[in-house]
Design a protein around this ligand. Sequence first.
Ligand SMILES: *Cc1c(COP(=O)(O)O)cnc(C)c1O
Length: 375
Amino acid sequence: MVVGNLRPATVTVDLAAIRHNVSEEIARLDGHTEMFAVVKADGYGHGAVPVAQACAEAGATGFCVALLDEALELRAAHFTQPILVLGITPANEAAIAAANDVSLTFGTLDWLKDAQADLAAHAHRNLKVHIALDTGMGRIGFREEDDLAAAAQYLTAHADSFTTEGVFTHFATADEKDTTYFHAQAKRFNELVAVLPKRPRYVHVSNSATSLWHAACNGNMIRFGVAIYGLNPSGRGIPEVPYPLQPALSLTSELTFVKQLHQGDAVSYGATYHASGDEWIGTIPLGYADGWLRRLQGFHVLVNGALCEIVGRVCMDQFMVRLPNKVPVGTKVTLVGSDQGTTISMQDVADYSRTIHYELCCILTQRLPRRYINQ
Ligand SMILES: *Cc1c(COP(=O)(O)O)cnc(C)c1O
């Protein structure tokens, strides 16, 4: 994928903000609880390797990713910490994971048997595994005591092939004010863990929301994700956080074209916007191909600290804004971040586009270069 290094449109990631968010959370953990930094999906769009480095510097002792490929990216970058793949990896990739000391997640006995076959076919390497328990997320993991007991028995009988490194679950509602479902899941987790002959090294349940708001449940490792990047996992649902989260990402560009329109002149595809008088219109060189959604028409950006409305449809590579007055080409535009005391947050963009900041970070495409500050 081509990276637009010669175009003025950049994602800037403040690594000091990442270190701040990580070290503030680690300071709240009790002494026997570790933080694994969740850097899946290229570090929620921030860049997995630089983010992982910043998290390690701030005290994270391991990493979680979604895909085995993402784990291998970290290994290629010479991270030696434990890495857990949170999703289900095809069992016939078990030997690759073992060869790279990557821990895999499973939730059926069949997966273990298939992984065992793959390990045997590749000279019996030992694979670290985490047992996923489905306590109400309805995504992956054991749901019944009997199935879990059978898998535990298999692991005991195949200790040469498998190291049972962890057991975990994932909460569906840890970011909500009503804690009823959360506590039902926590109770079910304890029931299922009790089936195991012994507790593995890592017993873990906490995403960001759980660790921020239900720290008593943490177990001895947390899978800290979105809050690393300075984003509140609840969106606006639970504004109270134990320490101020510092958003790490900003998105900036420049005006590449500025012109005056007159009453009735139209802007962009479909001619959906018409100037209501003499208006200065600026063009910004990014669009939905960069992850700046088409539905952001009517939202705003910052130019010289002033909010400027996005007028006309957002195009694939460009969009237009109405300026308060004539502004020179080359003037900085802030799409996400702060300018002269005014801020547009990822949450603001999420509210307008009726999604969540998680999704918006992930869909900023690779065409936007990532620049790192405060390394
Ligand atoms: C993505 C993910 C996390 C991290 O969630 P955040 O809400 O970003 O903290 C933790 N655990 C699992 C299983 C996940 O899939």
